[in-house]
Design a protein around this ligand. Structure first.
Ligand code: ASP
Ligand code: MG
Length: 395
């Protein structure tokens, strides 16, 4: 068999029939040299439109039914892509996550992949077909239910397939040509990063880099899958390689800026932090809301404060429920995090530089959080872009 590559095409690269046909032409050309498993996202903003639809018919759409609904998006892309490829004389077949043997736990809306038994994928590859796989979905062997992996989860489907087949590499192909030092829409002088290691990419995605699903990077690290992030167009560009190790000695250097746009600071009357979190989880479960990403939990004499972030739709649902419940309330306005990731470790020097730039520009921070590889400031959401722009001079 030819060397196997897993490719994942993001929703923006498949937004309309013309784009699907041009990606199909690219796949057909590459299939001459490689066996290909192609993971697709839903076309354009399809997933958001499906979520809107759900919210129009129900106040609290059940998570099981959300999974039934949202998996449709990727199913449209996969079948259209397979049709386009077959028309080009390139034999292809599409599979849903469950047909491809992606087994998850039994949770809905944010399921984890527990095993991959890709029997039909393997057979089709041996028949020299390009396999098109619907991203972001699987099936729970325990409940027999269809599940999804959380927003952006197609990247994780792709890495799981690459790990299972020990593919040469996993290519994440997008309408942006690489991973950048900061969002190029915010910072005009942002530069592409050519090489990153798994830890750096994990830190960046944990703190809001949207180029990749956080869990896909973690899985790639554990299973030693080389990741390449590059453009889906035929234009040549170097893209970004994410792999083991790094060509350096000890040094602390600012590397990239990322942010979570919406962070909620929820205060809870319960002083015991474990109980406070349990109560919040219970509230979200009742209202069919997936628990957002927990950033911090802090208690004082009178209450517990919980910092949460997540996709816009989850955060607005969470905000509404918290405001309506008398045990919880929202502290202050909407917040954002801005995180500077460094090579090596964060040094006091970098921290001082960050804080003096922010105070010179009179950009107030509520909190500073440090980890081995990054420094995060918590700011009012309207200041987010200014903070990113002014800190980019450190990179
Ligand atoms: N279509 C899903 C989403 O928009 C999954 C993905 O794109 O990876 O979140
Ligand atoms: Mg999508």
């Amino acid at each position: 068999m030819k060397p196997l590559i897993v490719q994942k095409y993001g929703g923006a690269t498949l937004a309309d029939p013309e784009k699907i046909k041009s990606v199909a032409a690219r796949i057909a050309a590459q299939s001459k040299e490689n066996s290909l498993i192609v993971v697709v996202s839903a076309m354009g903003k399809t997933t958001n439109s499906l979520i809107d639809l759900a919210n129009q018919v129900s106040e609290h759409p059940q998570r099981r039914e959300m999974d039934m609904l949202l998996t449709v998006g990727e199913r449209i892309s996969m079948s259209l892509m397979s049709m386009a490829l077959n028309d080009l004389g390139c034999p292809a077949i599409s599979f849903t996550g469950s047909q491809a043997g992606i087994f998850t736990d039994d949770s809905h809306v944010n399921a984890f992949i527990k095993d991959v038994k890709p029997i039909r994928v393997d057979e089709s590859l041996h028949q020299e077909k390009v396999v098109i796989l619907a991203g972001f979905q699987g099936v729970s062997p325990a409940t027999k239910e269809i599940t999804t992996l959380g927003r952006g989860g197609s990247d994780t489907s792709a890495v799981a397939m690459a790990a299972s087949f020990k593919a040469e590499r996993c290519e994440i192909l997008k309408d942006v040509p690489a991973v950048f030092t900061a969002d190029p829409h915010i910072v005009k002088t942002a530069r592409p990063l050519r090489e990153l290691n798994y830890d750096q990419m994990m830190e960046m995605t944990f703190w809001g880099a949207k180029v990749l699903h956080y869990r896909s990077v973690e899985l790639a690290k554990v299973r030693d899958v080389t990741l390449y992030i590059g453009p889906a167009s035929n234009k040549t560009s170097d893209g970004t390689l994410v792999k083991k190790g790094l060509n350096m000695f000890e040094s602390c250097k600012a590397l990239s800026l990322n942010s979570h746009e919406i962070v909620l600071n929820i205060s809870c009357k319960e002083k015991n932090p474990a109980k406070a979190l349990q109560n919040l989880q219970r509230l979200f479960d009742q209202k069919q809301i997936a628990f957002p990403q927990l950033l911090q939990c802090e208690t004082n004499q009178s209450m517990t404060e919980i910092l949460l972030t997540g996709p816009q739709e989850i955060m607005s649902a969470a905000k509404k429920e918290v405001q309506n419940h008398n045990e919880f309330s929202l502290q202050g306005a909407e917040l954002s995090t801005v995180t500077l990731t460094c090579t090596g470790a964060t040094s006091p020097e970098i921290t001082q530089k960050v804080l003096s730039i922010l105070s010179e520009r009179q950009l107030a921070t509520h909190k500073i959080m440090l980890s081995a590889m990054s420094l995060t400031v918590l700011v009012d959401a309207p200041l987010r872009k200014q903070v990113i722009e002014s800190l980019h001079q450190l990179i």
